[in-house]
Write a protein that binds this ligand. Structure first.
Ligand code: SAH
Length: 283
């Protein structure tokens, strides 16, 4: 398939004994990169995570070994070690090993640790970035992660640390003060604590929040809410992870830019949601 898309020589050959660590994007197979597709077409073994959409594996070459490496309960650190060492073994057996991860492998994806293990064991690697859920997933909800009238910075945070608790190392008050837009990964479990910390640090009760689950997939759901109402609205809508949660006025832009609703024939709710009162193209 890539063969017909690109002239020969543009995309690399996958040498046996190598591990390519590759982002699969947030779900929609169309968001794979050409490098990812090129890797799928050549890999002998594909080690994939729970968040990799099943359709993407249909692009594996015939006979490729597909190995599920999602973590379900148990001891995450031990399992992580097993996955990393499995990659080393598969490479040493002479396979072309594709380690496929949801989103981008280096964004809350343990891609750094896995690559480091490979390097420490002398296994050659290539890193293929992917579209991360906190950017591409929000774009599918019609939310620009930066927008000139709203923010000059954005902070990506994880709502879990290795222990499964909200990260003790995070200074939520500093984040609340310093970042106009905050994008939270893995935030559903501790959403009440996170929104509470942001409010306690002075973020307004009515600050816009969007919760996007299953972003870019057919079952994508978006709830627009506020810092004060967020936890109740998540419960009321019955939302389940995975979700990216965006805090900040960028969320208002969805009223103009919900392109999926427009595809379905619904007119934009408000073409000037920030109330600029002048055309967007004027500086
Ligand atoms: N490496 C991934 C993130 C892995 S951590 C990336 O770059 O996107 C897992 C978290 O990512 C989930 O808890 C959720 O917060 C987010 N996520 C991944 N895919 C998602 C999707 N399709 N919709 C919403 N959130 C998603």
């Amino acid at each position: 398939m890539t063969e017909s898309l690109l002239p020969p020589g543009v995309l690399p050959d996958f040498p046996p004994g190598w591990v390519w660590l590759c982002g699969a994007g947030p779900g929609d197979p169309g968001l794979l990169t050409l490098h990812a597709l090129n890797a799928l077409r050549q890999a002998d073994a594909v080690v994939y995570d729970a968040l990799v959409a099943p359709e993407i594996l249909d692009w594996c070459k015939p006979g490729a070994e597909k190995i599920y490496a999602g973590k379900r309960g148990g001891k995450p650190s031990a399992q992580q070690r097993d996955i990393s060492l499995r990659l080393v073994d598969l490479a040493r057996e002479g396979n072309r090993v594709l380690r496929l991860k949801g989103g981008d492998p280096f964004v809350f994806g343990r891609g750094g640790e896995e690559s480091q293990t490979l390097v420490q064991h002398g296994v050659p690697i290539r890193i293929i970035p992917g579209i991360t859920a906190g950017i591409g997933g929000l774009a599918y909800a019609g939310i620009p992660v930066t927008h000139r009238d709203v923010n000059q910075s954005v902070t990506f945070v994880t709502g879990h640390d290795q222990s499964g608790e909200t990260p003790g190392s995070l200074d939520w008050a500093a984040i609340a003060r310093g970042s106009q837009v905050i994008v939270i990964y893995m935030g559903m479990k501790h959403i009440a604590r996170i929104t509470g910390a942001l409010r306690a640090a002075g973020r307004p009760e009515d600050e816009p929040v969007a919760v996007v689950t299953g972003a870019t997939l057919a079952g994508q759901q978006v709830v627009e809410t506020t810092l004060a109402r967020c936890t109740d609205d998540i419960d009321a809508a019955g939302l389940e992870p995975p979700a990216v949660i965006c805090v900040g006025r960028a969320v208002l832009m969805r009223q103009a830019l919900d392109w999926q609703a427009m595809l379905a024939g619904t007119a934009p709710r408000d073409t000037d949601p920030l109330g600029r009162g002048r055309p967007a193209e004027s500086a």
